[in-house]
Structures are given as structure tokens and as C-alpha cells.
Design a protein around this ligand. Structure first.
Ligand code: C2E
Ligand code: CA
Ligand code: CA
Ligand code: CA
Length: 275
């Protein structure tokens, strides 16, 4: 038994080592990704299921490496967050999206918003406000076309500090959405005091409906959003059944494969209706 245990331990240790090795390789590759031009942005449409209007899009980072081909953000973003590289990558994303806006603005309506993911580490970066202002000025951006997605993990850094930054961002013209709502650390009394506009229901609370899931959590989050006078959007919606359920519960804003996968900028432009 001891021998088996020992073997098991060795085996486990070897896997762990490989993981660490991979993480180290990815870290090194990420250092070059920007100068090698390996990053790009996809846009996933957000639709009002009542009217059919495309009301926005989420900007999602893509990494196509010369060495290994595409690597999923689900793999490299957590690593970039651990190493701190997400801060510079995040600024690259903002710049890229602001530049894309030049060609998007012709086709998007007045109430359209492009949402950008901001990781907690970037939000907490002391240069965040200065650098985002520089990007706005440099690209002559109308911020009322942009939303920032932040996560509940931010709240760990204290309500007062977070709200001061949120107030500044709101003053600049951005709207703010809480991403992956309900999956992380959060307290309702905190959420209530935050200067935000929207709750985003995570795919976890949608994907198994109606199998293995009665949709209860999505329903509860929608109710919370109404109580707090916030907008609500569901992500990861793939079926008509899910859309109908969310509609019955009062959640009309939808992002998911049912409408479209994330699209390269030119594909996204084609997806948008003629104006
Ligand atoms: P997220 O912010 O929760 O983004 C939604 C994810 O769900 C995206 O995965 C999107 O492609 C996927 N998705 C949307 N609709 C559906 C659907 O109907 N079915 C399924 N199966 N999936 C759907 P993606 O693009 O792989 O991104 C994964 C995560 O990586 C994101 O989760 C976000 O946390 C992070 N990420 C992506 N781009 C950025 C970025 O520019 N900055 C930061 N900080 N994080 C990013
Ligand atoms: Ca997001
Ligand atoms: Ca997320
Ligand atoms: Ca999510």
C-alpha cells in the first residue's frame, strides 16, 4: 500500500511539474505576444430578445501563437493574472478596441455599447485612470459607447477605494457591469452601494437549463437587478428554450451562441444590420 501511495505521489508530482513547466512557457510566450502581433479581438453580439436589436458586443481577447497555434483565454488569462502580465495585456486590449471603434462607429446605433473586460489587477493598478484617459484622448473616443466589465473579486480591495475609481470612470462616461455575477465573493449590501449599471449572469447559471437546472439562480439575479434598478444580461445562452425562460423572468439582454459566437471585427461588421 505504501508503495502504491508512493507511486501515486510520484505520478502526481510529475503532472504538477509539467503544469508548472507549461505555465512558465506560457509566461515567456506572453512576454512576446504583443510585439509578435499574436493577439486579436473578437466581438460577441449582445441582443435584446424582445426587439431583436443588437445592443452591444463584448470584446474578447484571442491569442494565436506562432509556436503552438491558438491558446484559449480560459488557459492564458488566469496565468497572466498570476504573473501580473494581464495589466499590460489589458492596456493593449483597450487600445485595440478603441482603434477598432473607428471602423465600428459608422455602423453602430446610439445606444450601442462595446464592453471590455478589466481584470481586478488592472483596475487596481495605480496608473489605471491615467492610462485609460490617455487612450481616450489619443483615439478621440466617445466613452458613451463603452462599458467596462469588472468582477466581484475587486470588492476585496475595499468599498471606498473601489467606488472612488468607479465614480471617476462613470464621470468619464463609461458604464460598468459586474461580470460573472454570483460566482465569486460578493455581498448584496456591497453590490447595493456600488456605482454600477448592470449585472451579468454567468454562463454557469444558464448552460444546464432545463437539464439539471431549474434556472432558479438566473431568476434570482434578475430579481436582484430589478430591485437595485440595474440592467441585467445573460451570457452563454445557446437555446431558444433558455431565451424563452429568461424572457419570462424578465431578462431580455442576451449574449450567447444562440445569436452568435464571438466574431472577428470584419465578420462582426457584417453581422450588424444595415443602418
Ligand atoms: P467571460 O468574460 O465570462 O466571457 C464569456 C466567455 O463565454 C467567452 O469565452 C465567450 O466566448 C464564452 N461564450 C459566450 N457565449 C457562449 C455560449 O453560448 N456557449 C459557450 N460554450 N460559451 C460562450 P472566452 O472568449 O474563451 O473567454 C474566457 C474568459 O477569458 C472570459 O470569460 C474572460 O474572463 C477572459 N477574457 C477574455 N478576454 C479578456 C480580456 O480582454 N481581458 C480580460 N481581463 N479577460 C478576458
Ligand atoms: Ca466578460
Ligand atoms: Ca470573467
Ligand atoms: Ca462568465
Amino acid at each position: 500500500a505504501i508503495e502504491t501511495q508512493g507511486k501515486y505521489y510520484l505520478y502526481f508530482d510529475k503532472e504538477l511539474k509539467e503544469d508548472i513547466q507549461n505555465e512558465y512557457d506560457i509566461k515567456l510566450m506572453l512576454n512576446k505576444a504583443i510585439i509578435y502581433g499574436e493577439f486579436s479581438i473578437n466581438y460577441q453580439p449582445q441582443v435584446n430578445s424582445k426587439t431583436g436589436d443588437v445592443i452591444g458586443a463584448e470584446a474578447l481577447l484571442r491569442w494565436n501563437t506562432k509556436k503552438l497555434g491558438p491558446i484559449s483565454p480560459a488557459v492564458f488569462i488566469p496565468i497572466a493574472e498570476r504573473t501580473g502580465q494581464i495589466v499590460e495585456i489589458g492596456y493593449w486590449v483597450i487600445e485595440r478596441v478603441f482603434k477598432d471603434y473607428e471602423s465600428l462607429k459608422e455602423k453602430i446605433g446610439k445606444n450601442f455599447r462595446i464592453s471590455i473586460n478589466i481584470s481586478a489587477m488592472q483596475f487596481n493598478d495605480e496608473n489605471f485612470l491615467r492610462r485609460i484617459k490617455e487612450s481616450i484622448e489619443k483615439n478621440k473616443i466617445n466613452t458613451s459607447y463603452f462599458e467596462l466589465e469588472i468582477t466581484e473579486s475587486l470588492l476585496l480591495s475595499g468599498l471606498k477605494q473601489v467606488n472612488e475609481k468607479l465614480n471617476e470612470l462613470r464621470k468619464l462616461g463609461f458604464t460598468i457591469a459586474i461580470d460573472d455575477f454570483g460566482t465569486g465573493y460578493s455581498s448584496l449590501s456591497y453590490i447595493k452601494q456600488l456605482n454600477i449599471n448592470k449585472l451579468k449572469i454567468d454562463r454557469t447559471f444558464i448552460k444546464d437549463y432545463p437539464n439539471n437546472d431549474d434556472g432558479e439562480i438566473a431568476d434570482i439575479i434578475t430579481n436582484i437587478s430589478y430591485k437595485l434598478k440595474l440592467d441585467v444580461i445573460a451570457e452563454g445562452v445557446e437555446t431558444e428554450e433558455q431565451i424563452e425562460y429568461l424572457k419570462r423572468k424578465g431578462c431580455y439582454l442576451i449574449q450567447g451562441y444562440y445569436y452568435s459566437k464571438p466574431l472577428a471585427k470584419d465578420e462582426f461588421l457584417e453581422y450588424l444590420p444595415l443602418t
